[in-house]
Design a protein around this ligand. Structure first.
Ligand code: DON
Length: 572
């Protein structure tokens, strides 16, 4: 090639590179090409899109989905419960965590669930009026709408009100969950009237109308916070709870406020992650997990070696959860220590990479079971606003009571307190003083709504699942960080360890027979589960091409009022 030709070709090459660069830059989108919502129920997902279509942002849509879930999945969450909203606003980059967790009533006492012999009476911390904390979700929805939404609260609550008035279809998930609680629900006349037909659960496919909750939502829509925490709704709730053995007063409701808190923020492999601060334990645990594991060359590990260090990290962070964490307005927590990379390095140094550490060998406390409900949804709108929201009534149908005239079950979130040091709660979780009951205090939660703000991908993630929420979010987010699609991350089988009981649970397909044998040889106790768990909801916005993915956990295929593709949807 002549010198001329070579120069010419180099110039062309440079031009092509430059143009290629410009072309790529042009492809990198400032905003998503679509909005995405992933929730557990297609009627709730549709409620969110209805509000986006009317000009609402992701936060208005979060209010719509939250309220709709309370109507169509009363077993999981609703006006009688609480939740956490993690929001990221695109216009100024502000991120905020809204703590709408239930609070203990003022008449609550540390030993209120202990019997004469000093043993916990579980039936009182999970059933009836005494089990219910003061609801937070209505206050959270009002705060989100007023401070971060674009539309009036009334407009965002309209789809839920319509579902309640016109009726919603009773799904196989509603039906499966009521199976656990029908007997208890039958003891509350208002709950039985709402959810049972001659003492039996409704048939799948039946239409349920709920004019009582429609009226409560309308008062909330008209009057905002006061429409729930004062006046008719407050009086009706106090009367109903006290009639069911509870200790609420109107002062409990009038003093309740949702609280704005700073999200926990950390960097993992150069990516910004935002997650839930106390009174959730989830974010602290997630930071610790990622920081412990960041010291290992995970990409070079085989599957057994990787699982080994993951399980050991899980064991250590659930121990910290049990010892240190509680409501930040009541307890001093060594968060600087727990969140420090040096502390993580110390924990890492205590891990033997060839042999399991028995939980009882770790300094700490000694001490199980499962439950099932709560609801997570994730939203990204076409402006790049992000919402990750987890909300709950704790066990299916909460405390299984409805105050007459209100149309919603009350939570049994009081069971998330440590009712006695070292005694496991419904999720097998143990705790100490930091999570002891005090008047007005919020029980420690595992709900872990989380947002990834990466250079290339933005994502929102979360799940129900009690104590397993944290390890599910960790495993799902690890896959997203490794480049997986949202659909693959929600579908992958998962493992779990929570310090006590000292055993590794695994979903079907999570560990091969060889892996089970190898981990057993390393000293782990394995208890493979025959049933899958969790309900992960992920949205991802890929900034490189503007594409959006929304994926709802396929484990609930066909039972959640829609195939996963109807629950996790994008809209252009
Ligand atoms: O806040 C918590 O950690 C629990 N109340 C969540 C309960 C839950 O996820 C039940 N679902 N499976």
């Amino acid at each position: 090639m002549s010198i001329h030709a070579r120069l010419h070709s180099q110039a062309l090459g440079a031009l092509a590179l430059l143009l290629g660069g410009l072309w790529t830059a042009a492809l990198w989108a400032d905003v998503p090409k679509a909005a995405g919502i992933a929730s557990q129920n297609k009627q709730a997902t549709a409620a969110g899109f209805a509000v986006l279509e009317q000009g609402g942002n992701a936060f208005d849509a979060a209010v719509a989905v939250s309220a709709a879930l309370g109507v169509v999945e009363p077993e999981s969450s609703g006006l009688g419960g609480g939740g956490f909203f993690l929001l990221h606003r695109a216009s100024d980059g502000k991120t905020v965590f809204i703590d709408a967790r239930e609070a203990a009533p003022l008449a609550a006492t540390r030993d209120m669930y202990l019997d004469a012999a000093g043993n916990p009476d579980r039936s009182r911390s999970v059933n009836g009026g005494l089990a219910a904390g003061i609801p937070g979700l209505p206050a959270g929805m009002v705060l989100v709408a007023e401070r971060y939404g674009k539309l009036p609260l009334k407009q965002s609550l309209a789809p839920a009100i319509r579902l309640a008035r016109e009726g919603f279809v009773w799904s196989a998930k509603n039906s499966a969950m009521i199976g656990f609680r029908a007997e208890q629900l039958s003891k509350s006349p208002a709950a039985a009237k709402l959810f049972l037909r001659s003492g039996k659960p409704p048939a799948v496919g039946d239409t349920l109308r709920n004019p009582d909750i429609a009226r409560v939502l309308e008062r909330l829509a008209e009057q905002g916070h006061q429409g729930f925490y004062a006046g008719v709704t407050a009086k009706t709730l106090v009367k109903g709870v006290r009639a069911a053995g509870g200790i609420w007063t109107e002062a409990d409701l009038s003093r309740y406020q949702a609280v704005e808190r700073e999200p926990l923020r950390f960097e993992y492999r150069g990516q910004q992650i935002l997650t839930a601060p106390p009174p959730s334990s989830g974010g602290v645990a997630l930071v610790e997990l990622f920081q412990i594991l960041s010291g290992y060359p995970l990409a070079d590990f085989d599957r057994v070696a990787r699982k080994h260090v993951e399980i050991e990290a899980m064991r250590r962070v659930y121990r910290d959860r049990a010892i240190y964490l509680g409501d930040p307005d009541f307890v001093q927590m060594p968060l600087d220590m727990l969140l420090s990379p040096y502390y993580a390095a110390g924990l890492r140094a205590s891990i033997h990479t060839g042999k399991a550490t028995p939980s009882k060998a770790l300094p700490g406390i000694s001490a199980t079971q499962e439950g099932n409900d709560t609801s997570h949804f994730s939203i990204i709108d076409a402006d790049g606003n992000v919402a990750a929201v987890t909300q709950s009534v704790n066990l299916p149908f909460g405390a299984a009571i409805v105050a007459p005239g209100t149309g919603f079950v009350l939570n049994n979130e009081m069971d998330d307190f440590s009712v006695k040091p070292g005694v496991p709660n419904a999720f097998g979780l143990i705790g100490e003083d930091a999570n002891a009951i005090e008047p007005g205090k919020r029980p420690l939660s595992s709900m872990t709504p989380t947002i990834l703000l990466g250079d290339e991908r933005v994502a929102a993630i979360g799940s129900p699942g009690g104590s397993r929420i944290i390890t599910m979010v960790f495993q799902g987010l690890s896959m997203i960080l490794d480049g997986s699609s949202a659909a693959d991350a929600v579908a992958a089988p998962r493992i779990h360890h929570q310090y006590q009981p000292d055993s590794v649970s695994s979903e079907p397909g999570a560990l091969s027979a060889e892996e089970i044998a190898a981990l057993t040889a390393r000293g782990f106790t394995l208890t493979p589960s025959e049933r899958p768990w969790g309900n992960l909801q992920i949205v991802v916005w890929d900034k490189r091409d503007g594409s959006v993915q929304a994926a709802s956990d396929p484990r609930w295929k066909e039972v959640s009022g829609g195939e996963s593709r109807d629950r996790g949807m994008i809209y252009r």
